[in-house]
Design a protein around this ligand. Structure first.
Ligand code: NDP
Length: 342
């Protein structure tokens, strides 16, 4: 009997081609099918990536697999996840889970009802840098955390300059693309939940129409920590980073808001400075490994469906705040709180 875990790719996407196919294969899984809306793109993608089956039919793909990886544009995730769950397939879905909180919540509920695992592919939780910072905070090495700063302003690579800049219906904009990651990483590193967000956005000419290509804002966490974020598609020369400043020390992560297992974390206290040891495991491999362990009942996915609802709740609140010039509340207990406008 073939016991290899069989994956189907929903979406002939760049992220699957650049990272996830390799991550699935290197963690012992098999990519057995790819679904695209276009038959020619499906076959070309399957050939280029050595995938034995290509289809435009979701049902045909679901018939062949144990789990799906959903990396279509954001407006399609909801329906594709619901259909996968109803077919009894485990689901690793890209962020943002959906375009509205109620849809994301429905995805979590559908997977729970079907008894399948739902993971959100928030890769940054799997970075050794962020795990080292979470551990150091948990061990009390900076005392009580007071502030965090996230530097996630990048230049959107030209091969990704499509729907993210032009198509609000697909969930375009830097807030749904990058601020969701900041929100998840902050929750993970601080082991705390956000309660309120205030944000401003910018459209500097790379994006079109109402779509924002830059944002800055602040998030208040339930412990009182204030976290500042700076996200952009437009800055080619800024460095990324993630800092947490506490009563007894500071953690300064550099070059760590990235897909690659790079970056450093400096701990600075009254005793001096030290670089924390960092695990350099590939972020996406760890995401897939944690997901398959969850399917086997050994762990939770690195980021659960509920985590994906929380990060979307922060992004939705940031969008609302930028639109209305007001602070927007997030319920700290229920990520699906109706207080967050959609
Ligand atoms: P892509 O634009 O590469 O792919 C999205 C969809 O666009 C595909 O499903 C495909 O549709 C269509 N498409 C792709 N290439 C072409 C083409 N040449 N011509 C026409 N249509 C094309 O998106 P990304 O891979 O950048 O993002 C996909 C999802 O993954 C998003 O939800 C995004 O937020 C998320 N993401 C997550 C990252 C992470 O690190 N967690 C990083 C990057 C993205 P079809 O399937 O119908 O062929």
């Amino acid at each position: 009997m073939n016991t290899t875990f069989r994956w189907g790719l929903i979406g002939a996407s760049t992220i699957a081609r650049e990272w996830m196919i390799d991550a699935i294969r290197s963690t012992g899984g098999d990519v057995v099918s790819v679904m695209s809306s276009d038959p020619d793109r499906a076959s070309a993608y399957a050939d280029a990536n050595r995938i034995p089956h290509a289809t435009t039919s979701l049902d045909e793909l679901l018939d062949r697999v144990d789990a799906v990886y959903v990396s279509t544009t954001n407006e399609l995730h909801h329906d594709q996840v619901l259909r996968s769950a109803r077919a009894g397939r485990h689901v690793l879905c890209e962020k943002p889970l959906a375009l509205t909180i109620s849809e994301a919540r429905g995805m979590v509920e559908a997977c729970r009802a079907a008894g399948v695992v739902l993971g959100t592919n928030h890769h940054l939780r799997n970075a050794g840098t962020h795990r080292a910072m979470r551990e150091a905070i948990g061990a009390g090495r900076i005392g009580r955390p007071l502030f965090a700063r996230v530097f996630h302003a990048v230049y959107l690579p030209t091969h990704l300059q499509g729907w993210r800049l032009t198509n609000p219906g697909a969930g375009a904009g830097v807030i749904l693309d990058i601020t969701v990651h900041d929100a998840d990483t902050l929750r993970f590193v601080l082991a705390d939940d956000p309660v309120e967000v205030t944000a401003m956005s910018q459209s500097a000419g790379l994006s079109q129409g109402e779509v924002e290509d830059g944002a800055m804002g602040a998030i208040r966490f339930s412990s009182g920590v204030l976290a500042q974020f700076h996200d952009a598609f437009t800055t080619a020369h800024a460095r990324t980073g993630f800092e947490v400043h506490g009563t007894d020390g500071s953690l300064i992560g550099t070059d760590c808001m990235t897909q690659r297992a790079v970056g450093d974390v400096l701990l600075r206290t009254a005793s001096g400075e030290e670089l924390l040891p960092i695990d350099r495991t590939n972020l996406y491999e760890r995401s897939v490994a944690r997901f398959t362990a969850a399917v086997a009942g050994d762990a939770d996915p690195a980021a659960t469906g509920d985590d994906g609802v929380w990060s979307l709740a922060v992004a939705a609140a940031a969008l609302e705040s930028a639109r209305t010039s007001r602070a927007v509340a997030i319920d700290p207990v229920q990520p699906n709180s109706p207080k967050v406008s959609q």
